[in-house]
Design a protein around this ligand. Structure first.
Ligand SMILES: [Zn+2]
Length: 357
């Protein structure tokens, strides 16, 4: 046999590796879909080993991604204890086939008939993660799967459906033992998750130091900073365009100030609205270069105004969004978060904890 010839064993190993690679890729796509915090472009380019700051995505308002477009506060929370709790739950019930949605139901304390009949409402883990929303919990478990602390076993069910059951992953012991009291000097593994904190405003709260006046002042300050920076950059660019001959003979200081004030985003608007800019000048000196600067600072200024108007409207509505914080499975039929829909579509997961359900 030639050394390069593949044996049946190699073939099956190769197909196992390919299969695992594909499963890992699906898990990553699933994680990407669930992630409602990190910039979409940052996530995509990170996969290809590139660093992409979200500020770049936010630079042009019309093309920013859904995560950058939304206004919310984020917080990084330590999920190590919860993760160990989840691993213990999955290990202890390894003989019972448990799906991801069912595990989430136990962790969030959903008290329904299926859980009560199985006696799972008496488990230590029952309701132990009620402080996390369903989506955040799904994101955490997805993270644990990608990092190998958990895995999914895909089992063929008849007729022609596949169910994914959660099992401890190859790194499960590593996480639990590094955090046990007997771990000695071993570095503890920490699991962190950045989550959204929906902004809840209450004007009656005396401790609320983010008053309208302060917010308006800080908005004004940010806009002034943007204007100042834009003014400096326009002058720099004009120096480059005009080289040794002084631009001040052609463009008056007042014209630059007017450009900053109006921040035109198109050639037409620049020529029409700004005194001192003509079609001939624009063509002759390639003022597209100035336009690009104005577009960049203009979208930053728009962003501040837009966020401020969203803030004002949310102040007046006092509305808290609980749409993702389901506590009762009976609601599933009426309204489901996008993440759950994606889960069902991609992996054909079954609700319930066994094939008999
Ligand atoms: Zn983005």
């Amino acid at each position: 046999m030639k050394p390069t010839e593949k044996t049946d064993d190699d073939e099956s190993k190769c197909s196992m590796q390919t299969k695992q690679l594909r499963i890992n890729n699906i898990n990553r796509v699933y994680d990407y879909c669930l992630n409602n915090v990190i910039c979409r472009r940052t996530q995509l380019l990170e996969y290809f080993g590139e660093l992409f700051p979200s500020s770049e995505c936010k630079r042009i308002m019309s093309t920013e991604c859904d995560n950058c477009r939304q206004v919310y506060k984020t917080s990084s929370i330590d999920c190590t204890r919860i993760s160990i709790e989840i691993l213990k739950l999955v290990s202890n019930l390894n003989q019972t086939n448990l799906t991801l949605p069912y595990i989430i139901d136990i962790l969030r304390g959903v008290n329904n008939k299926t859980i009560r009949d199985a006696g799972h409402h008496r488990l230590h883990a029952f309701n132990s993660c009620h402080q996390l929303t369903r989506l955040d919990l799904e994101r955490l478990i997805s993270r644990l799967i990608i990092d190998g602390y958990l895995k999914q076993e895909f089992i063929d069910q008849q007729p022609s459906s596949i169910t994914a059951y959660l099992r401890p992953g190859i790194n499960a012991v590593q996480l639990t033992s590094s955090n046990s009291q007997r771990s000695g000097n071993t570095t503890k593994i920490q699991i962190e998750l950045i989550i959204r904190i929906e902004q809840v405003n209450n004007n009656n709260n005396n401790n609320n130091n983010n008053t309208d006046e302060e917010r308006s002042n800080s908005k004004q300050k940010s806009i002034e900073q943007i204007n100042e920076q834009c003014f400096i950059e326009l002058k720099k660019e004009l120096k480059i365009i005009f080289g040794t001959s002084s631009y001040s003979n052609v463009i008056a200081e007042q014209t630059i100030k007017e450009l900053v004030k109006l921040m035109p985003r198109s050639k037409e608007k620049m020529i029409k609205n700004v005194h001192g800019i003509t079609e001939e000048l624009y063509k002759q000196h390639d003022f597209n270069r100035l336009l690009r600067i104005l577009q960049r600072f203009g979208s930053q200024r728009d962003e501040i105004k837009r966020k401020d108007s969203i803030q004002n409207s949310s102040d007046s509505e006092h509305e808290i969004d609980f749409s993702l914080d389901f506590t009762d499975r009976s609601i599933y039929g009426k309204k489901r978060p996008m993440a759950s829909v994606i889960t069902t579509t991609i992996t054909k997961r079954k609700r319930g904890h066994g094939s008999s359900f």
